[in-house]
Design a binder for this molecule. Structure first.
Ligand code: NAD
Ligand code: LMR
Length: 326
C-alpha cells in the first residue's frame, strides 16, 4: 500500500501534538494504511516542532513511513492527500470565537494558494482552527480552482459531544446513539438537533422522555462545551478535537461504519435554505470518498428558527472576515 500524505498545520500546538500519534496509529485511515506526516509550523515554533519529530521517531510507529517537518507552507502542502488545518490562535477564557477572527482568517487566505498549487488534485481538507466555518470559507474563496467539495470544517467534535451527552443520560455505550445533527456554525449559536436521532434504534425523545431537558440544558451544554473546557483546563479542547478530526476524515474517506449520518461543515449548495457558498454544518452521508448533504429531513418550526439563527451568525462572520481582509 502506498503511504497517504497527511498535512497537519500548527503541528506543534496542543491539537497537533495529540493528532499526530493518532494518525500514526491508524485512527484516521485504518490500521493497515501507511502514512507520511507533513508538519507545518511558524518559525517561532520550529524548535518545538523538532521535539515533536524526535518523539515521533522514538515512538517507532509501524505505519509511519516518513515525516516532512517545515516552516514553508509550499513544502508542507506538496502532494498531500489530506490536509488538517489546525494552525492558528486558540480562544482564551472570556473570548468568543469571532474574537480570534482577524488573526486567523489572514492565515487561511495566505495558506490557500499553497494548498491549491501543491496538494494532490483530489486532496481532502478539514479546517479546525477557529472560527472554523469562516476560515474554511476563506480557504475556499482564495483557492478558487479547488473543488468546493474538497474543503470542509470540523463540527464532528460538536456531533460527538451530542453523542456523549445522550449516551451518558441514557446509560448506554456511545455506539448506541446515531443520527444526531449539528446544524450551522461551530460556535455557541450551533443547533444540536436530536429530532432525527436514535438510541438503540428508538427515537432519542422516546427514550429520554424529557423534552424540556433535550430542548434546554442539553442544547446549552453542547453549545457551550468548548467554553466549559477552556474554563476547566485553561486551555481549549485538544484530545477530543484531535479524535474528532480522525472520525471526520475516516468516515469521509474510509466509510460510514454503519452510521446513519455524520455532521460536517461543508459548502452549502442551498439545501435547507442555507445561503449557497457558506460553510455550514449539515447532516452528511459519505460514500466512495464523497460527502453529500442528507436531503428531505422534516424540519419543525422551532428547528427552522434555530437553524436560521446560526445561519445569520455565519453571514455576519463572513462579512466581518471579508472586511478584515480588505
Ligand atoms: P495551539 O496554540 O496549541 O496550537 C496552534 C499552533 O498553530 C501553534 O503551535 C502555532 O505556532 C501554530 N500556528 C500559528 N500560526 C500558524 C500558521 N500561520 N501556520 C501554521 N501554524 C501556525 O492551539 P490548539 O489548541 O492546537 O488549537 C488550534 C486551533 O483549533 C485554535 O484556533 C482553536 O480555537 C481551534 N479548535 C477548534 C475546534 C473545532 O472543533 N473546530 C476544537 C478545538 C480547538
Ligand atoms: C471547542 O469547541 O472546544 C473549540 O472550538 C475551542 C473553543 O474555542 O471553544
Amino acid at each position: 500500500m502506498d503511504p497517504v500524505r497527511v498535512l497537519i498545520t500548527g503541528a506543534a500546538g496542543q491539537i497537533g501534538y495529540a493528532l499526530a500519534p493518532m494518525i500514526a496509529r491508524g485512527l484516521m485511515l485504518g490500521p493497515k494504511q501507511p502514512v507520511i506526516l507533513h508538519l507545518l509550523e511558524i518559525p517561532p515554533a520550529a524548535t518545538a516542532l523538532e521535539g515533536v519529530c524526535m518523539e515521533l521517531t522514538d515512538a517507532a510507529f509501524p505505519l509511519l513511513h516518513g515525516v516532512v517537518a517545515t516552516t514553508d507552507p509550499d513544502v508542507a502542502c506538496k502532494d498531500v492527500d489530506i490536509a488538517c488545518f489546525i494552525g492558528g490562535f486558540p480562544r482564551k477564557a472570556g473570548m468568543e470565537r469571532k474574537d480570534v477572527m482577524s488573526k486567523n482568517v489572514s492565515i487561511y487566505k495566505s495558506v490557500a494558494s499553497s494548498i491549491e498549487a501543491h496538494a494532490k488534485s483530489n486532496v481532502k481538507c478539514v479546517v479546525v482552527a477557529n472560527p472554523a466555518n469562516t476560515n474554511a470559507y476563506i480557504l475556499k474563496k482564495y483557492a478558487p480552482k479547488m473543488d468546493k467539495k474538497a474543503i470542509t470544517c470540523l463540527t464532528r467534535l460538536d456531533h460527538n459531544r451530542m453523542v456523549g451527552q445522550v449516551a451518558e443520560k441514557c446509560g448506554v455505550p456511545n455506539t448506541e446513539v446515531d443520527g444526531v445533527i449539528v446544524w450551522g456554525n461551530h460556535s455557541s449559536t450551533q443547533y444540536p438537533d436530536v429530532n432525527h436521532g436514535t438510541v438503540g434504534g428508538k427515537p432519542i425523545r422516546e427514550v429520554v422522555k424529557d423534552d424540556a431537558y433535550l430542548d434546554g440544558d442539553f442544547v446549552s451544554t453542547v453549545q457551550k462545551r468548548g467554553a466549559a473546557i477552556i474554563a476547566a483546563r485553561k486551555l481549549s479542547s485538544a484530545l477530543s478535537a484531535a479524535s474528532s478530526v480522525c472520525d471526520h476524515i475516516r468516515n469521509w474517506v474510509v466509510g460510514m461504519e454503519g452510521k446513519k449520518f455524520v455532521s460536517m461543515g461543508v459548502v452549502s449548495d442551498g439545501s435547507y435554505g442555507i445561503t449557497e457558498g457558506l460553510v455550514y454544518s449539515f447532516p452528511c452521508h459519505c460514500k466512495n470518498g464523497e460527502w453529500s448533504i442528507v436531503q428531505g429531513l422534516d424540519i419543525d418550526a422551532r428547528s427552522k428558527e434555530l437553524m436560521e439563527t446560526t445561519h445569520k451568525e455565519l453571514l455576519e462572520e463572513r462579512d466581518l472576515a471579508l472586511s478584515c481582509l480588505e
